[in-house]
Design a protein around this ligand. Sequence first.
Ligand SMILES: *[C@@H]1O[C@H](CO)[C@@H](O)[C@H](O)[C@H]1NC(C)=O
Ligand SMILES: *[C@@H]1O[C@H](CO)[C@@H](O)[C@H](O)[C@H]1NC(C)=O
Length: 365
Amino acid sequence: MRMLFVVMATVAAHLSSASEMYGTVRSPNFPEAYPRDTELRWNISVPRGYHVQLYFTHFDLEPSYLCEYDFVKVEVEEVVLGLFCGREESDTEQVPGMGALSSSNNLLSLLFHSDFSDQENHAGFLAHYAAVDVDECQERSDEEQLCDHFCHNFIGGYYCSCRYGYLLHTDNRTCRVECSGGVYRQRSGGFSSVDHPLPYPKSSDCSYSIQVEEGLVVELLFNPTFDVEDHPDLPCPYDYVQVIAGGKELGRYCGGRSPGRVVTKSHLVLVNFHTDDSGDNLGWSLTYTTTGSQCPVLLSPANGLLNPIQSEYSFRDHVLVTCLPGYKLRKGEEYLDHYQLDCQKDGSWSSDVPQCQKTGAGRSQ
Ligand SMILES: *[C@@H]1O[C@H](CO)[C@@H](O)[C@H](O)[C@H]1NC(C)=O
Ligand SMILES: *[C@@H]1O[C@H](CO)[C@@H](O)[C@H](O)[C@H]1NC(C)=O
């Protein structure tokens, strides 16, 4: 046993120093007979982004049933790629032949074992290995996309790129969009997630700001087609649409059901859309409208008229007050033919409704 360990250590020191692009592995004393009672392991590593390809140019080990005496075992991280012995293929023994063995990653381990007896002399083996490029773009499983948009293989690695108009995220994998700073100042309008109704971009933070003049209030209407990545148990942990009005969060939405109508009571509304680095959901779209603040209903003065008469008045509405013939409006010390009231942005009228007084009575005083 002691001898066995000494041999192992020597070889290990020799081989595991650095990752090489190619090399050879041979049994001790090759092409002379290999020693008895020996166990040797070679851990081959090539740079990341490559496979190890190994093939034997000579193979001659003592044959035994299921290779239980002498053997060469080729493994990748404890998965056995091959167990070989003998010189020719038989029902129970396998020889490597001319076929190449390939690792699934950049590592390959080779174990040589000889037992105590060797009646005949066997020359052992000579093997060569080389680093072979991995085409990461081809090997990806469809479950987990290596690159969000495009994958490009090169020798020893790969990189991702994005469709025009997108930017590669710092994760070097997903494609984000620059989508902040949109300001909507019109009294009505609309917007949607980028590319809607196609899947929206990943790893992005979009913000849409509605800024209408004070005195108006914004109402949002999300269209029925709404699809934002959600979670069965947690509230919107991945992607979400957030509505902030007057500095306060009104709601955070995800899932497949449209939030529908959202009344904000504010003239400053921010719609934020946060997305994470996965998922293929179709997004959302909305329209918005604005209405003015409502002023209280007015009563006509006695012997007077309001024009126009409406069931509701809102910001920016004007009402003209006039009197029946023989009457004039009394405003302070003045007598007027007509007077205008304005519905103001805070929902109050610019003044009280003045009264109509008989003109004769005024003059006689
Ligand atoms: C080879 O790798 C195995 C598993 O990682 C390790 O246990 C062993 O010590 C290594 N042997 C040599 C010779 O480097
Ligand atoms: C992305 O790529 C750059 C440049 O190749 C590299 O410096 C950076 O570490 C990579 N980032 C990640 C998260 O892999």
